[in-house]
Design a protein around this ligand. Structure first.
Ligand code: FMN
Length: 200
């Protein structure tokens, strides 16, 4: 079946795209308002985009009234943020923080999580996550209702047990990160892995 996202099937664009492009990593983004209020929200239109410099992108869609989501609003004003990665243990808390709450209200407090200061960006990171990326905003592309925020990763924080200090390799057998699957409510675990060596 061929689907026309510019015509008769346009209304299914979101559901089709997010059900097919799976699994997607989840950026649990912490940011600060100009007044210093903490915001946390998850985004699965997210990925690592390049290594030199190390860049990531994630994409909040605008609200129905055309206003940017709080995360996009904060980053437009403060130009930095932290991407916190989500493991199985934190899945439910992450989901809770996707609720729409009034601007300036701290979503993390409600789920009993805490923050740790970042080293070089203003926004704090979530203390309980397995790893987090301190980012500065490189730029934001507005494409229709999408705000594609591109960030340069300046620092990585990773839980001690997840990294080999000598080789700086992530012990991925211990990294229980989750992925986003089909809309509206599906996720996957990432424990079922296999190795395939790349040809020279
Ligand atoms: C796993 C997950 C992934 C999400 N991904 C996105 C996304 O990529 N883009 C988006 O606009 N909203 C996404 N959402 C919804 C936002 O998290 C939600 O709108 C949130 O209230 C935005 O918060 P903010 O206004 O504090 O930025 C996602 C929600 C969940 C639970």
């Amino acid at each position: 079946m061929e689907l026309d996202l510019e015509g008769e099937h346009a209304h299914r664009s979101y559901a089709l795209l997010v059900s097919l492009v799976t699994p997607r990593p989840i950026a649990w983004v912490t940011s600060l308002s100009p007044e210093g209020h903490l915001n946390a929200a998850p985004f699965s239109f997210f990925n690592a985009l390049g290594a030199n410099p190390p860049i990531i992108g994630f994409c909040p869609g605008d609200r129905d009234d055309g206003q940017p989501k709080d995360t996009a609003r904060n980053i437009r004003a403060t130009h930095d943020f932290v991407v916190n990665l989500v493991d199985e243990e934190l899945a439910e808390a992450m989901n809770e923080t996707s609720a729409s709450v009034p601007y300036g209200q701290n979503e993390l407090e409600a789920v009993g999580l805490t923050t740790a200061p970042s080293s070089i960006v203003k926004a704090p990171r979530i203390a309980e996550v397995p790893a987090s990326l301190e980012c500065t905003e490189w730029g934001t592309l507005q494409i229709g209702e999408n705000r594609l925020i591109i960030g340069v990763v300046k620092r990585i924080h990773v839980r001690e047990e997840l990294i080999d200090r000598e080789t700086l390799r992530i012990r991925d057998d211990r990294f229980r990160v989750i992925g986003r699957m089909a809309s509206p409510h599906w996720y996957c675990r990432t424990r079922d892995r296999f190795e395939m060596v790349r040809p020279k």
